[in-house]
Design a protein around this ligand. Structure first.
Ligand code: GLV
Ligand code: MN
Ligand code: MN
Length: 413
């Protein structure tokens, strides 16, 4: 068979994704597979079983990253890698992450059943904790692997119940013995749903992002003074939740004040003691700032940080600020991005050159080797929600683009 006529099996891909979607399925049609939870373990076990069926060489490293390697004709050559994540948001969707792991798995199944050998080895990977919603920050395991984050710092991160990352990794049986340390990689492709509205709006099937915005995460801790809400006069209160409320609106106004080219969000808040008749004395909330321009995002932070300090002083609520995590914006390899646009065209798909507002492990992989991503449309531009959806036809189309991108790179000498 002429390699250019090779196609993945769309029906098999669909059935694979449907099997995964049963693990942690939510009543609203989504999935909840929080990092290092029982559901994450169950999905990993199934993934490993499927890797074994293809006789892949399996490695699980000390961050719980799972790699499946298909040998090439020349195993001294660095491999082509492709993957994403199995974990999900709380009440997340059935496609975010998992499509980017099942996609390359389907590519390997296609090569396997057609007895196609490639020059270089090909590796599929599941990166631990891409989402960062149970254990902040996100993309930690590709971050450690790439040498950008400290392993032990990540091990000590705790969830809302005080459980440690490393303890949970051990509990689910996925703390491997191999060091999480980068090796030479020829190139990395990450296949993902767009998670935004652009492809649908433009009537395009395939997106080829030129890169990913920078991501800056902060954690804010406020203290107030608790008291009975009835007898305590309004004057002289130190209400930590009111201070947080003012701060949250400052974050929401930030992109406008900065003249655009950024998004800024408070997505998580804990209020204590969280009783309707007690003045709140402790609040924790998060800030997420993203832009293509790292300096712009840093200037925005300086501005809003000053606002936070002013509000905290005026309301008599001491503030503690943690600058939790920063990843610089990631411009992808232009040659690979062009390759994806070319392949999409050759397969008869209209494509869009765009940017990724969502974070991906590809940001850290981009620090290790030439990297690019393939996007398919998200219906209604909805993601990180149970109604997240992508047509099976689009899942198949994107996987065919991935197949040919991997084939071209894996046959480069
Ligand atoms: C990852 O899902 C992110 O964009 O926050
Ligand atoms: Mn994702
Ligand atoms: Mn996500």
């Amino acid at each position: 068979m002429d390699l250019k006529d090779l196609r993945i099996n769309g029906k098999r891909l669909r059935s694979t994704l449907e099997k995964m979607a049963r693990i942690g399925a939510t009543p609203g049609g989504g999935v909840q597979r929080l990092t290092l939870s029982d559901e994450d373990k169950q999905a990993r076990d199934l993934f490993v079983r499927w890797l074994k069926e293809l006789n892949l060489e399996i490695t699980i490293d000390e961050m719980g990253n799972i790699f499946g390697k298909r040998p090439g004709k020349n195993n001294d050559l660095p491999p082509v890698m492709s993957g994403s994540h199995i974990d999900s948001q709380p009440k997340g969707g059935r496609f975010d992450g998992i499509l980017g792991v099942m996609g390359p798995l389907e590519v390997l199944r296609t090569l396997h059943e057609n007895n196609i050998e490639t020059e270089r080895p090909i590796m599929v990977v599941d990166w631990t904790n891409e989402e960062g919603s149970r254990f902040a920050p996100a993309m930690v395991a590709s971050g450690v692997w790439a040498g950008a984050l400290e392993r032990d710092w990540v091990y000590d991160r705790t969830d809302i119940n005080g459980k440690r990352f490393e303890d949970e990794l051990i509990r689910i049986g996925y703390k491997g013995s191999t060091a999480a340390k980068k090796w030479p990689v020829h190139c990395y492709y990450e296949y993902h749903i767009e998670q935004g509205p652009m492809l649908e709006r433009e009537g395009k099937k395939i997106g080829a992002p030129k890169g990913i915005l920078c991501l800056h995460w902060y954690d804010i801790y406020l203290e107030g003074e608790a008291n009975q809400v009835g007898p305590t006069p309004m004057e002289g209160r130190h209400d930590a939740l009111c201070a947080a409320a003012e701060m949250i609106l400052k974050v929401n106004e930030l992109p406008d004040r900065m003249g655009g080219n950024m998004v800024a969000t408070v997505g998580e808040i804990q209020n204590y003691p969280n009783s309707r008749n007690i003045i709140p004395d402790k609040v924790h909330f998060t800030v997420d700032i993203r832009s293509w321009d790292d300096d712009h995002a840093l200037k925005a932070w300086e501005l809003v940080r000053k606002d936070f300090e002013d509000i905290a002083a005026r309301r008599g609520c001491p503030i503690k600020i943690e600058e939790t995590w920063r990843v610089e914006h990631s411009p992808f390899d232009e040659r690979l991005v062009r390759r994806i646009l070319d392949i999409a065209k050759g397969l008869g798909y209209f494509s869009l050159h765009m940017v990724s507002g969502a974070g991906h492990d590809a940001s850290y992989m981009n620090q290790v080797c030439p990297t690019a991503m393939i996007f398919v449309p998200s219906i209604g531009g909805r993601s990180h929600v149970e109604v997240e959806n992508t047509t099976w036809e689009d899942c198949e189309a994107g996987t065919n683009v991935l197949l040919h991108a991997i084939l071209r790179s894996a046959n480069e000498r």
